[in-house]
Write a protein that binds this ligand. Structure first.
Ligand code: ADP
Ligand code: MG
Length: 339
């Protein structure tokens, strides 16, 4: 029998990888914001047009890239963040897979402008569907700007699958909230179709929550604080009377990364038992710090699900510290229960 197997060309492999990394404009927003944070940015601008369908741009004042790095950044598995498999157990960056820019450039028109602080001039790179269409030496501020246009231009099925501008914008805003909540020490501006939606100054966790969710949020928040060998917990829970039927104000951050965890959500809900009705959900903004060696972030390309070494202990600590906070602030049952 003749041999039948071939290696896929890079642009095809990138397009396949993109299918996993980029579900919608919000996925691009997440990847670009995370790159800006990993680059040490102090200020980040997010500029969106038409719900991300025509433009998604992130401008940062981070470390920028040399010409060679700018070119390499669009190669698959090209990363400055890890060097070997061991590094996976000591991650301090958001990225490490070296896939995002390659994936995005495979399915969109990308324009990158970048300059490191050490250089007088910067680089402009234009890439369309994995093909470099322009490279120039330019004047540009220190840092990096990545503009992504015409997402899914070469995958009509995906482009048609995009929802309305409002729905895509909502997903982008959700993503923005998560990143902004995780990094109060970074200033963020967010524009949509020329309107400023948020202008967030550098601040602390509490103020960042209030800036994002409105002044009334402040009185809802009860601090949570716990330090153990396994985990350090900080942040806030919302008072039981503010529990809502709809989900939306539930945030877990593990080592400054937003994660989804039905298991940990259950731990918090369990602490609220007897204080809220079973058909409503408590709000919370909880920041967990754990040893990076005790978690595995590499189980899902978008990295919103992670695996903990000792989930049960974490559950118990979380539940008891939330309970403790509720007790300390004299929060007794206030609701009439319909049993
Ligand atoms: P990863 O973040 O997993 O390393 P990416 O494809 O997102 O993979 O980025 C590839 C590389 O490009 C990064 O490792 C980083 O060195 C560089 N890079 C990307 N975005 C920026 C940025 N905004 N500022 C500086 N360097 C960047
Ligand atoms: Mg990245």
């Amino acid at each position: 029998m003749p041999d039948r197997i071939q290696l896929l060309p890079d642009h095809v492999a990138n397009q396949i990888a993109a299918g996993e990394v980029v579900q919608r404009p919000a996925s691009v927003v997440k990847e670009l914001l995370e790159n800006a944070i990993d680059a040490g940015a102090k200020n980040i601008q997010l500029i969106i047009k038409d719900g991300g369908k025509t433009l998604i741009q992130v401008v940062d004042d981070g470390m920028g890239m040399s010409v060679t790095d700018a070119r390499l950044s669009f190669e698959r598995h090209a990363t400055s963040k890890i060097r070997n498999a061991d590094d996976l157990f000591h991650l301090s960056t958001k990225g490490f897979r070296g896939e995002a820019l390659a994936s995005i450039a495979a399915i969109a028109h990308v324009e990158m402008k970048t300059r490191p602080g050490t250089d007088e001039l910067g680089t402009l790179l234009c890439i369309q569907g994995s093909r470099v269409t322009d490279q120039e030496v330019i004047t540009t501020p220190v840092g990096t700007s990545v503009a992504v246009k015409n997402l899914f231009f070469n995958i009509p099925a995906r482009r048609n699958f995009l929802k309305s501008k409002q729905v895509e914008l909502r997903h982008i805003t959700d993503e923005f909230h998560r990143v902004a909540l995780a990094h109060p020490a970074i200033g963020f501006q967010y524009f949509h179709d020329g309107n400023e939606l948020y202008n967030l100054p550098e601040t602390n966790h509490r103020q960042r929550i209030v800036h994002l969710f409105g002044g009334k949020t402040n009185e809802k928040l009860v601090p949570v604080s716990e330090e153990t060998q396994v985990v350090e917990i900080s942040g806030f829970i919302c008072k039981p009377e503010f529990a809502k039927k709809s989900r939306g104000e539930q945030f877990f951050f593990v080592n400054d990364r937003f994660i989804k965890s039905p298991y940990l959500h259950h731990a918090v809900s369990a602490a609220f038992e007897g204080l809220i009705r079973s058909d409503v959900h408590p709000g919370y903004f909880l920041y967990l710090k754990v040893d990076p060696g005790s978690i595995d972030i590499n189980i899902h390309p978008t990295k919103t699900e992670i695996k903990f070494d000792d989930e049960q202990t974490l559950y118990a600590i979380l539940r008891s510290s939330v309970k403790h906070s509720l007790g300390q602030f004299n929060i007794a049952p206030v609701l009439d229960f319909e049993r």
